[in-house]
Design a protein around this ligand. Structure first.
Ligand code: GLC
Ligand code: CA
Length: 547
């Protein structure tokens, strides 16, 4: 692995739930042993950073985001030694590992909460969480899981008080006004970073601190706390990365980078839904607007880009009109809607249209930032809208067309989740083995794109400028880093489109198409003319003649 402190800028991240990836001991649940065995697959895919969803002891009422112990492994997934063996093996392959740090809340089964509810009011133990005699404190703070919760307060009969929770009622929020809580969490972070984990995803980070008469989101006290965490990490284990999960408006997300002294990375929540809007509208404007409204970020910081993840495609931070548009465009089946979002995987979202899938990934891999691929999306897996909550996008990875999709040797009835079995996306049709043997498969295409992207630092590190061809169905942008110049052109529409690009600034240069290494006619002083097939896209390296 490189020693470069900015390694996360050149990363391609693969997001996976250990539970869903591969079952190594035939009990129906994915585990570290299974994941370890699949590292060759991940290496061949070309990803160089793995982001693991929570794997800690948990009642699993929020798929492990309800943590009952922070420094061990859920027994179903293996032991701490299994984790370490996996971590070493990943490192040996040049892959970094990012894990979850759920700061905001614990499970109500965590010993801290069990102790707090029976401790006397005002005691340090009770003060690990946020309590109130009424459910009228912090009034007006929005509810996030609108389909599941009525209030951010729940009455605890043992404590004889209400406790605060921004997510499920079984996930009480920790009280960061209590210095003991801060110390506990720094110890958790040290535990994993000392073991060699390369980065931490700070889950639900805007909600750490509460204050009366505010939204209780993005408060200065919360930023001060994250800065303190960053100082601690930099002092103890420099080179490790903090990734903020802040699903907020652009200016509010930007704040999580601080002056380069807060989080190294943050998800680009604002641009994600606009990519889908631009595709459906066959119009580049939503995408260009979102990118141009993206505030500049400090040199040492990086956006994390994604199309889909383990949650619903969130529409919390778009306007009401945009949300209606997205619902209409991408979730005609109301069963696909959850909270303020759409619980579908990438392939079904775009009608299993291979060209659309490729186009979206081409944007993902060429926008400024570090791309994240959600497990299974590299083979075009489908979802199951009837599994409740977000479980429909967390079904077993489809390795083969054999029993249990090659995911597990357990009885099918024992699997943690049913497999996808429908005729279009079911494992007999969509699986790694079949796609490996088919050179025209999505998997081969993804491997190829990932390899190409990794050869050019400009994608992760360069600037972006948008061109404005008259045809708004065409999205064109130039990426630059040092001497490298790359021109990306994409057709957002279902039909063939012409594009006339003003490339005057590159007069005399030769565009070389990067997938085929094909030289195109040199750029002259007239507008550069291109034709793009349905959902077509080109990446050109602009070369000086004679190079
Ligand atoms: C984050 C996670 C989500 C979880 C929530 C509460 O938003 O991505 O899966 O339910 O935090 O922990
Ligand atoms: Ca298992």
């Amino acid at each position: 692995m490189t020693n470069d402190a900015l390694w996360y800028k050149d990363a391609i991240i693969y997001e996976l739930p250990v539970k869903s990836f591969c079952d190594g001991n035939a009990d129906g649940i994915g585990d570290f042993k299974g994941l370890h065995e699949k590292l060759d697959y991940l290496q061949a895919l070309g990803v160089n950073c793995l982001w693991l969803l929570p794997f800690f002891p948990s009642p699993l009422k929020d798929d492990g985001y309800d943590i009952a112990a922070y420094t061990s492994v859920h027994p179903a997934y293996g032991t701490l030694d299994d984790f370490k063996a996996f971590l070493d093996a990943a490192h040996a392959r040049g892959m970094r590992v990012v894990i979850e740090l759920v700061l905001n809340h614990t499970s109500d089964q965590h010993p801290w909460f069990q102790r707090a509810r029976s401790a006397p009011p005002g005691s340090p133990e009770r003060d690990y969480y946020v309590w109130s005699d009424t459910d009228r404190r912090f009034e007006g703070v929005r509810i996030i899981f609108v389909d599941a919760e009525r209030s951010n307060w729940t009455w605890d009969p043992v404590a004889q008080a209400y406790y605060w929770h921004r997510f499920f009622h079984h996930q009480p929020d920790l009280n960061y006004d209590n210095p003991a809580v801060v110390r506990e969490m720094l110890a958790v972070l040290d535990f994993w970073l000392d073991m060699g984990v390369d980065g931490l995803r700070l889950d639900a980070v805007p909600y750490l601190v509460e204050r009366e008469h505010t939204s209780c989101e993005n408060l200065p006290e919360t930023h001060a706390l994250i800065k303190a965490i960053r100082r601690h990490v930099d002092a103890a284990t420099p080179g490790r990365m903090l990734l903020a999960e802040a699903n907020q408006l652009p200016a509010d997300v930007r704040a999580y980078f601080g002056d380069g002294d807060e989080c190294h990375m943050a998800y680009h929540f604002p641009v994600m839904p606009r990519i889908f809007m631009g595709l459906h509208a066959e119009d580049r404007q939503p995408i260009v607007d979102a990118m141009e409204q993206t505030p500049p970020i400090p040199e040492n910081c990086q956006w994390a880009l994604f199309l889909r993840n383990h949650d619903e495609l969130t529409l919390e931070m778009v306007t009401d009109d945009e949300r209606d548009y997205m619902y209409l465009a991408y979730s005609l089946d109301p069963q696909a809607r959850l909270n303020l979002g759409i619980r579908r995987r990438l392939a079904p979202l775009v009608g299993n249209n291979r060209r659309r899938i490729e186009l979206l990934n081409a944007l993902l891999f060429s926008f400024p930032g570090t791309p994240i691929v959600y497990y299974g999306d590299e083979i075009g897996m489908g979802d199951n809208l009837y599994l409740g909550d977000r479980n429909g996008v967390r079904t077993p990875m489809q390795w083969t067309g054999d029993r249990n999709a090659g995911f597990s040797r357990a009885d099918a009835a024992r699997l943690y989740s049913p497999l996808i079995t429908d005729p279009v996306y079911g494992y007999p049709a969509v699986n790694v083995e079949a796609e490996e043997s088919d050179t025209a498969s999505l998997l081969h295409w993804m491997r190829n794109m990932i390899r190409l992207r990794r050869q050019f630092k400009v994608f992760g590190r360069g600037t972006i400028e948008f061109l404005s061809p008259a045809n708004r169905k065409v999205l064109a942008y130039v990426r630059r880093y040092r001497d490298d110049i790359i021109l990306c052109v994409a057709n957002l529409s279902r039909t063939v489109q012409p594009a006339e690009l003003d490339l005057g600034a590159f007069d005399g240069m030769v565009p070389v198409e990067m997938l085929g290494y094909t030289e195109f006619p040199a750029i002259g002083s007239l507008p550069y003319f291109l034709t793009l097939g349905p959902y077509g896209f080109y990446w050109f390296e602009l070369q000086r003649p004679g190079r």
